[in-house]
Design a protein around this ligand. Structure first.
Ligand SMILES: Nc1ncnc2c1ncn2[C@@H]1O[C@H](COP(=O)(O)OP(=O)(O)O)[C@@H](O)[C@H]1O
Ligand SMILES: [Mg+2]
Length: 438
């Protein structure tokens, strides 16, 4: 739809009246059914140029006057028309036309507006009501487009959050697979070794059983007994159970340790990835810290020593998998900021109003111009594949949704500290205060 045709659609093809037509005839014309919808009638010269508009109210005023019809009825309409009517060119856009007309409009509205072509020749009448309706339709249409854009924006935001989740999930899966591989490897070796070490024990048992059979059998002769004794003795020597005991103990111990590590990882994984129940779930944030560390261990262990100073925390309502996501990102960011080998210090504590988590590294730190942008979506200083630039912006949103705050302090060359505050529910605070005053 072109803008010109939008205005052309409003055009009402009303015939232009000659300026010398009498006032009374024009008034009669205005009373005919096809002109009922109009507030005014156009006056046009012989060449088609609009000269003015004569309004219904003007005509009414004349005829309401005593002898008005007699005195003025025969005069040409030119004398009582408005010689400066609102005129709009047909190729004006709907918006501009609305602007021009509403800008000059006088209230109450007593006249229509004249539509002219590019040469300024009269084409028809437009009514303000039609114009307003058309504008309203257009605004509704624009609103629809905006609403759709908003929905799309929200969708792509959800997709972004999802893609950062997938990125941290991928990171997590790779980390966990790696972590599982080490204990799995030596558990497998140990079991193979156990099988090799226990084979001579079965041979010994068989030799001793043969010997016992011979001893219990009155038919067993000296030669058979001697050979059975001999076999049992060499099987015993080969098996060396007195030496084996220590080895087996050690192997069983190691294997169990490996299996426990695997079990711990599986529990960690389960805790980390568990689906959140309602936000009303009461969670010990220290558990989140531990399970996120299990997951992040693989990316941290070659970069830093992790020091944990975890205080006693009250349980608070939160979405643990979201908090885990925040912590995992802080831990991986810390590890990625360290050149060589450093330290990540994780602290937690609580006061009457909130639970606090601090994650501090002694890595590269950030200059102010980086620091001011780290919570912006897509801001990253990392090469493609290492950073999405979404971790902290999502973390910010998650902590905000929990009613908390996340703050950062950083110094280039010295390190960075993130501090998270998660508020305790009001009632819990009230109860502690009650207990204190009792
Ligand atoms: N502990 C930190 N030390 C130094 N810089 C950091 C630290 N944490 C975050 N940053 C900076 O903030 C940027 C944004 O972090 P984030 O939103 O997690 O995205 P990403 O890790 O994918 O780059 C990082 O690229 C990095 O420049
Ligand atoms: Mg990150």
């Amino acid at each position: 739809m072109t803008t010109a045709s939008a205005l052309a659609r409003l055009l009402r093809p009303v015939a232009g009246l000659p300026p010398d037509m009498s006032v009374a005839d024009v008034a009669d014309r205005l009373l005919t059914p096809e002109h009922k919808a109009f507030l005014s009638l156009p006056i046009v010269d012989g060449a088609g140029r609009p000269l003015g508009l004569v309004s219904r109210t003007t005509l009414q005023d004349i005829f309401m006057q005593r002898f008005g019809r007699d005195l003025r009825g025969r005069h040409p309409v030119r004398e009582v028309m408005n010689p400066r009517p609102l005129t709009v060119s047909l190729d004006t856009s709907l918006e501009d036309a609305a602007k021009q007309i509403t800008g000059q409009l006088k209230y109450p509205i007593t006249e229509d507006f004249i539509l002219v072509d590019q040469q300024g020749l009269y084409q028809g009448l437009g009514t303000v009501l039609d114009l307003l309706k058309a504008m309203e339709a257009r605004i509704a249409q624009r609103n629809g487009v905006l609403r759709k854009a908003l929905v799309e924006l929200k969708e792509s935001q959800t997709q972004l959050v999802q893609s950062e989740k997938m990125a941290s999930l991928g990171q997590m899966v790779a980390g966990v697979a790696h972590e599982l591989n080490t204990p799995l490897g030596y558990v497998k070796n140990n079991v193979q070794l156990l099988r090799e070490l226990t084979t001579p024990l079965f041979e010994l048992a068989a030799a001793q059983a043969a010997l016992a059979d011979c001893l219990a059998d009155p038919q067993c002769d000296e030669a058979r007994l001697a050979s059975a004794l001999e076999t049992a003795a060499s099987a015993r020597q080969a098996a060396a159970p007195e030496l084996l005991a220590d080895d087996l103990n050690q192997l069983f111990g190691d294997t169990l340790y490996g299996l426990e590590q695997i079990a711990e990882l599986v529990v960690g994984l389960k805790n980390f990835a568990r689906l959140d129940r309602a936000m009303s779930e009461e969670v010990d944030i220290n558990e989140c810290i531990r399970s996120a560390l299990v997951i992040a261990r693989n990316s941290i262990k070659d970069k830093a020593e992790v020091v944990l100073l975890l205080g006693d925390l009250p349980r608070i309502p939160c979405a643990p998998s979201q908090i885990n996501q925040v912590l995992l990102n802080l831990f991986t960011n810390a590890a990625q900021a360290i050149d060589g080998f450093g330290q990540v210090l994780v602290k937690s504590w609580a006061d009457d109003g909130a639970v606090f988590i601090s994650v501090q590294d002694n890595g590269r730190g950030m200059p102010p111009q980086v620091l001011s942008k780290i919570f912006d979506p897509f801001f990253t200083t990392k090469p493609v594949g290492q950073g999405t630039g979404l971790g902290l912006s999502i973390s910010f949103k998650i902590i905000q949704d929990h009613g908390g705050q996340i703050r950062v302090a950083s110094e280039p060359g010295r390190g960075t500290r993130f501090l998270i505050r998660l508020p305790r529910p009001e009632t819990a605070v009230a109860i502690t205060e009650l207990q204190r005053s009792a």
